[in-house]
Structures are given as structure tokens and as C-alpha cells.
Design a binder for this molecule. Structure first.
Ligand SMILES: [Zn+2]
Length: 267
């Protein structure tokens, strides 16, 4: 059992490593198929043994072997997060009990598709979170491409695609209206794309909950930044960070909250 989870962890870490590489290459507009990994500071090619996810960072004491300049903490943090979150998703779907032990209440095929879809979603959300935080940009490829792929996958599950389409209309429309009214001053065009993606992931009910959480958390963080760092009103923390965070929380725990809330109102 421990061997199984180590395997899953390593798998997650590898996807985290791929995420880091893709972010770097996407931002620098370097083709994914072209060339090997290089140090961003001195451009020296990185040897394979210095390019082992999670491990090399600590062996090298977070410094490039060639130029001794520091390597960003983003690399091990994203890799560690993806490793842990893969284990979480596997546990969430009881994959070990059902797939490996072959319990009698074996998951139907649809459940496996939903499970793989969840892995893709957490990867996409992490990608958007880190990219928006680091570069203050949102990648069309990952948001709209991801939304398209997830929508197609959902057609093979028992997902409520009507709710998803309404979610896309609300999520995209909500930000598009703000974007048009403010001529792009309140929010970026990237938030419109994230809104569309959120609609596909959550459907319209959970989308509304996620938007609410994103705005509340965003406001609290904004106020804290204003108080402690005396920043101007114009937020320096990109909103995509809060949107992806809220989507992550709501996709796993939103339904529990909605059920509780509905029970609460109907009392
Ligand atoms: Zn270097």
C-alpha cells in the first residue's frame, strides 16, 4: 500500500515538474520539443542528474551547479504540491481500495473517467495559479484548451452538461461585462477565460459559490495588503489566484456546503 502511494506521489511530482517546464517555456515562447533544460541565469545545459524533480533542488542547495545563482523555490514547491495533491485525489476517489484491492463495490467505468478528470483539473488550476502569480498573465492554451478538453471528457460521464453550459455563460459573461464596462481596468481578459473554465468545472450552482468565496478572500487579502504594505488600491495580487483557489476548494467541498445551506434555509 505504501509502495502504491509512493508511486502516485512520484507521478504527481513528475506532472509538477512538467508544469514548471511548460510555464517557463510558454512565457519565454520556447517550443516544448526544442532543446534540453537550461539554467535561466547562465544558460548552461542542466545535466540529467541535476534535473531530478524535488531531489536535485535540495542536493544542489537551491543553487545552479554552474553559476551558483539561486534556483526559484517555485520548482520544488509546485512539485511537492502536485505529488501531495495526486495522493489526495487518489484517496478522494478510493482508487486503492477499488482498483488495487478489487473490492466488490468496484467503481463503474464512469467513476474512473471522473477521477482522471479531477487529476487534469488540479493540474490546470495549479498551472493558472502559479502562472498568474508569477507573470500576471493567463494562458489561453491552458484555460480555453483545458475548458474544451474537460467539456469533452464530461460528455462521457454523467455530468450535468446543461448546468455546465449555464455556468460557462454566467462565468464568462460575469467577467466579460466587467471587462467591457471598465475597459479592462477592473479585471483582465484572462479572468473572462478563467470564468469560462470555472463554469465547465463546477456547473452554475457551484460556480456562484466559488465566485463568492473568491471575492470574499480577495477582499480580505486586499485589505491586509493595504494595511501592512500600504499598497495602492490597484491590487498587485492577480485575481486569477483567488479564482483558482476557490474553484479548487469548491470542486471538492462545495456540494457539502450547498447541501448544508439548503437544509438550513428549508428549516
Ligand atoms: Zn546557472
Amino acid at each position: 500500500m505504501i509502495g502504491f502511494y509512493i508511486l502516485i506521489f512520484v507521478l504527481g511530482v513528475s506532472f509538477g515538474s512538467f508544469l514548471n517546464a511548460l510555464e517557463w517555456r510558454l512565457n519565454k515562447e520556447i517550443s516544448l520539443t526544442k532543446g534540453t533544460s537550461k539554467c535561466p541565469k547562465c544558460e548552461e545545459k542542466i545535466k540529467w542528474y541535476d534535473n531530478i524533480p524535488l531531489v536535485s533542488f535540495f542536493i544542489l542547495k537551491s543553487k545552479c551547479r554552474n553559476c551558483k545563482k539561486s534556483i526559484s523555490w517555485q520548482y520544488p514547491l509546485v512539485e511537492l504540491w502536485m505529488g501531495l495533491i495526486f495522493i489526495f485525489v487518489f484517496c478522494h476517489h478510493n482508487v486503492y481500495q477499488n482498483l488495487i484491492l478489487g473490492n466488490t463495490d468496484m467503481l463503474p467505468f464512469i467513476d474512473y473517467i471522473i477521477f482522471i478528470k479531477d487529476l487534469i483539473i488540479v493540474w490546470i488550476l495549479t498551472f493558472i495559479f502559479v502562472y498568474d502569480l508569477k507573470y500576471m498573465e493567463v494562458s489561453d492554451l491552458v484555460t480555453l484548451g483545458g475548458a474544451g478538453i474537460l467539456f469533452i471528457i464530461s460528455l462521457f460521464t454523467n455530468a450535468d452538461w446543461v448546468s455546465m453550459l449555464i455556468g460557462v455563460a454566467i462565468g464568462g459573461g460575469f467577467f466579460l461585462i466587467q471587462f467591457l464596462i471598465s475597459k479592462g481596468k477592473w479585471i483582465g481578459g484572462g479572468d473572462v477565460r478563467i470564468g469560462v473554465l470555472m463554469g465547465v468545472i463546477l456547473g452554475w450552482k457551484l460556480l456562484l459559490l466559488a465566485l463568492w468565496i473568491a471575492y470574499v478572500v480577495g477582499a480580505i487579502v486586499g485589505i491586509i495588503l493595504l494595511l501592512f504594505r500600504k499598497k495602492k488600491m490597484k491590487s498587485e495580487v492577480p485575481f486569477g489566484v483567488f479564482l483558482t483557489l476557490a474553484t479548487f476548494v469548491v470542486m471538492f467541498w462545495g456540494q457539502i456546503f450547498l447541501d448544508w445551506y439548503m437544509g438550513f434555509v428549508s428549516l
